[in-house]
Design a protein around this ligand. Structure first.
Ligand code: ZN
Length: 433
């Protein structure tokens, strides 16, 4: 009797979940779901093949090989594909750009072909756990998991006869992990694609099954140089000698800390400091030289730091405050600041949260969890940061979830792969209608 009741409860609960699913998913969606479920072994096999091709950012041939593997697949789906190479003076691979014209609003899809693991890294191959629940390998989530998510979502749409309506550009960059400078050149293909697009979807990995990225902090760097009047240490603080460069730098840094350390979402970090009679930083090698004596008032200091910010407005406000702080210099000293932009912020906005809500509804309809925005402070920049300003809405973290990215324990949770692929395919299908 008890067993019968339990059986009835199970039937009723599965019926009610089917009703809930049907409320949001249409018959095309079930074609997408079936295709993705049926092909998940092929998808995982392709991921294995891609992970086993070394594509560390510096390994241009490897990066291009991964891109070529993709190019064939995208050509088959009717995309127009081309490599946008970087100028000869830059050593990295360019971007593979694939366009599919169709009616309606245009979606930009972003992924990257490179990994942080160079050809000489000991971490080179794909390993599936004995229970098949997880897989490790260089780039298995960052970002080759994202690449196979993109491809199988597109294949599913093609199978359902929906791809022909899609207006899509896929940009797979060759050096996301270490973008060639200036980024105005290395991100040109991405920027141009974004300028003609309505929304951007980034397929970087996710840290958990219920988090997506609606904002990423921007990054810039600053150099603070101070100078003072050199002289015998016994005369420091006297009117004719002044306070010296090192005290002036200490004043500026302490003011940065007291004035700017409590602004939400903002951090600034002095990473290296040099002071004495002469100073020289080698930014390529991350080293520096300083010469001086304890008995001589310091003539020069140099500080090199970074700045992370939530929006362009916040960046401008902070740069202005930093400049003001440098202006009230100690006696017979002066300070100067130079700023270099590295990566703009992908600013949080309602339109991004709207995309998140749509993905969340799909996730719930698929029987998964509702999705939340991860705090911008918890994730670094990514390629989507360069272009978020050009589209009306953007969302990142749409690749599979796992852990240990950029380390030799980089791990994919295998079941996440069909899951995120379904979310993406269904989202695109609904966006077409
Ligand atoms: Zn990545």
């Amino acid at each position: 009797m008890k067993a019968k009741i339990l059986f009835l409860v199970l039937i009723l609960s599965s019926l009610s979940s089917i009703t809930a699913v049907n409320a949001r998913l249409n018959s095309d969606d079930s074609v997408l779901i079936n295709y993705i479920d049926k092909h998940k072994t092929n998808q995982l096999k392709l991921l294995e093949d891609l992970v086993n091709i070394n594509s560390g950012t510096g390994n241009r041939r490897g990066v291009e090989k991964v891109g070529e593997r993709f190019r064939i697949e995208l050509d088959d789906l009717g995309f127009k594909t081309q490599w946008v190479n970087l100028p000869a003076s830059m050593k990295h691979a360019g971007s593979l750009v694939a366009t599919h014209s169709g009616p309606g609003k245009k979606i930009l899809i972003i992924g990257h072909l490179d990994t942080v693991f160079p050809s000489h890294s000991p971490f080179q191959s794909f390993t599936l756990s004995p229970d098949h629940l997880s897989a490790t390998g260089p780039g298995v989530i960052d970002d080759k998991g994202g690449l196979v998510t993109i491809l199988y979502a597109l294949k599913a749409l093609n199978q359902a006869g929906k791809l022909k309506y899609a207006n899509l550009t896929v940009v797979l960059t060759g050096d996301e992990e270490q973008a060639e400078k200036p980024t105005s050149i290395s991100r040109k293909a991405l920027t141009e694609a974004a300028q003609g697009s309505d929304i951007a979807l980034g397929f970087e990995f996710s840290l958990t099954e219920n988090q997506l990225v609606t904002g990423r902090r921007g990054l810039s760097e600053w150099y603070l140089s101070s100078s003072g009047k050199s002289g015998h240490s016994s005369k420091i603080f006297q009117a004719a000698s002044g306070d010296g460069a090192i005290y002036e730098t200490a004043r500026v840094l302490n003011s940065f800390r007291t004035v700017l350390s409590n602004i939400p979402g903002l951090t600034l970090n002095p990473g290296i400091i040099l002071g004495g009679q002469t100073v020289k930083e080698d930014t390529q090698q991350n080293t520096g030289n300083a010469s001086g004596q304890k008995t001589i008032i310091a003539a020069q200091t140099l500080v090199h730091g970074d700045l992370r910010f939530l929006s362009d407005e916040q960046k401008c406000m902070v740069e202005q405050k930093m400049r003001e702080i440098t202006m009230s210099a100690l006696p017979l000293t002066s300070s100067q600041l130079i700023f270099n932009n590295i990566m703009p912020a992908m600013s949080e906005k309602n339109e991004n949260r709207q995309l998140l809500a749509e993905f969340s509804d799909i996730s719930v309809a698929l029987g998964g969890s509702s999705l939340q925005a991860v705090s911008a402070a918890e994730r670094g920049g990514a390629d989507i940061s360069y272009i978020a300003q050009y589209v009306s809405a953007s969302l990142d973290g749409l690749g599979p979830w796992g852990k240990g990215a950029h380390s030799q324990s980089e791990t994919l949770e295998v079941k996440s792969l069909p899951e995120v692929t379904k979310r993406a395919a269904i989202f695109i299908n609904h966006y077409l209608n």
